[in-house]
Write a protein that binds this ligand. Sequence first.
Ligand code: V47
Length: 360
Amino acid sequence: MDKILTDIEEKVNNKQRLTREDGLALYACDDILWLAGLARRKKHEVSGRNVYFNVNRHINLSNICVSRCEFCAFGVDENGSGDPYVMNAEEAFAYGAEAVDYGITEFHIVSSLHPTMPFSYYVDIVRKFHEEFPQIHIQGFTAVEIFYFTQISGLSIREVLSTLKAAGLGSLPGGGAEILNDKIRSQLCPRKANSDEWLQVHLTAHELGIKTNCTMLFGHIETLEDRIDHLIKLRELQDTAPGFQSFIPLPFLPENTNLAHMKRTSAIDDLKTLAISRLMLDNIDHIKAFWIMLGLPIAQLALDFGADDIDGTVIEERIMHAAGAQTQKGITKEEIVALIKESGYIPTERDTLYNVIRTY
Ligand code: V47
């Protein structure tokens, strides 16, 4: 084995931080079972044999979007094809409320950059959910949406976040990070928050005591160097202002996007990226295998590659399915429990803030 890899193993054993070169050496390593072992050791330090999941309802308020990112199959123009929709506040509420009897502990509300809906529309929806179901955590609005709210309202990032928090918002999801490199963003998503703006929203949220997640969209036009640099940016922000609860690597699904000519990432790339994320992100506790994108078989394997969370039952998901995700739109709690048990881990139902609800 190369010296750099044995040095990495020693660093991991001694809880030392890995460098950019280490991250790249891990990508170059073909011994994925060794890599899995290393990432698994790190996972065990944080969460032992627990694998977390939650029971949530995804609510995508609208698909009408002014950003129209190259990688996205979900967003459409207001008057174009592709079934543009926007839920009014009552419809959004009814859609969320119908899942409450299922035992959800989280509403996961994400929208689009809608051309005309005012900031008050989003605040009112959060307030209504929070007033009616105060026990259900509201995780809502990516940093890209929060930044867009500053543009449509004239408020600062801090004011937007404080207003939503006062209405009942609990935490932010991790979307919109894509690759935190403005050369890449100018090709993929030039009309939305840039890297610094995305980071600034999360920094401000953490300062206000709002927990957040973070993501990386990989397997499109980025290089392996870009991926490692992205992970290091997240790690640095977490050092400065801790508040990231989990990291979710999102493999790019090309179908129905402007990049439909590209190939879907391989299982090896998906698993390597999960393991390397676990090893590079030594200050983020949870690494999520988002089964919707990975597919259930790879998500199950991911639990042996450093992931300690398999997200949720979701119930119905639209963004990834627009881009050709072959998975079901939701799975039951029983299915998730069986999947985790079969991998030899302890299925651990959590709330959004990783408080344990029960183990199975
Ligand atoms: O920001 C869009 C990605 C994200 C595609 O925080 C795509 O717990 C792959 O961030 N192929 C939104 N990915 C979803 C998201 C998320 C999902 C689950 C849990 C959490 C969490 C966050 O989805 C977008 C973008 O990066 N995305 N289109 C696509 N074609």
